[in-house]
Design a protein around this ligand. Structure first.
Ligand SMILES: [Ca+2]
Length: 224
């Protein structure tokens, strides 16, 4: 019977090290042409945009190594992309995403998080988005350009939403944001570590342990 308990112990160790995707948006299925919301292509969550101007046009041009992204123009300070999801049962939450702006799209963004889905607060400092223009390699369906992937961000436990908020009127080419200037995002992925092992796996692994014990017993019998 000892090997059965070893099986349970090993499973527990494996589950705490497993990172799962909670929600991920590729925009290949949703192909946004409105403010949304749009369901995550992987996991469960909703993506949307908010602009104070009613003139904003949402579109789905080439992504970073894929056919579609989530893009919008007519940016004002305080406008944002928003992603909502449930992080119940997960810890060690992380965020990684690709973002770029046209030359006259916004350069500066602030990441915000929310634990109640209503009130959002700043996480970290304002970050800069690279221009999707020479001398940088540009977004295209065929090639993922890693320089546009924002570094992995550690998120607070228990959050249910994040926003990428336009933080200044400075454009990606260091001028002033213009109404035709766009900002686009792709491959937005929120992951976490599942806190509890799945019961089905637990049972199966336990049975595996029984099988292992029987096998060992048989070999011992044969060799005695
Ligand atoms: Ca995409």
């Amino acid at each position: 019977m000892r090997s059965v308990w070893i099986g349970f112990l090993l499973l527990g160790m494996a589950s705490t090290a497993r990172a799962d995707v909670i929600a991920a948006w590729t925009f290949e299925t949703s192909q946004p042409v409105t403010a949304g919301p749009f369901a995550a292509e992987v996991g469960v969550g909703q993506a949307s945009g908010l602009h104070t101007s009613s003139a904003t046009v949402y579109s789905t041009p080439a992504g970073n190594g894929s056919t579609h992204s989530f893009s919008s123009n007519t940016w004002a300070v305080g406008d944002y992309y928003q992603f909502t999801f449930s992080s119940v049962g997960f810890t060690n939450l992380t965020l990684v995403f690709d973002q770029t702006s046209s030359n006259t799209g916004p350069r500066d963004f602030q990441l915000q998080t929310s634990v109640d889905g209503t009130n959002y607060s700043n996480l970290g400092s304002v970050y800069s988005v690279l221009a999707n223009a020479a001398p940088n390699p540009t977004w295209s369906p065929g090639t993922n350009q890693s320089i546009y992937t924002l570094p992995l961000v550690n998120l607070p436990d228990g959050i249910v939403g994040i926003r990428l908020v336009d933080a200044s009127t400075v454009s990606a080419n260091s001028g002033t944001v213009g109404t035709a200037g766009t900002d686009r995002i792709d491959n937005v992925t929120i992951s976490g570590t599942a806190a509890v092992p799945e019961p089905t796996s637990l049972v199966l692994f336990g049975l595996g342990g029984v099988g292992l014990a029987v096998g060992i017993a048989r070999r011992r019998k044969l060799t005695v």
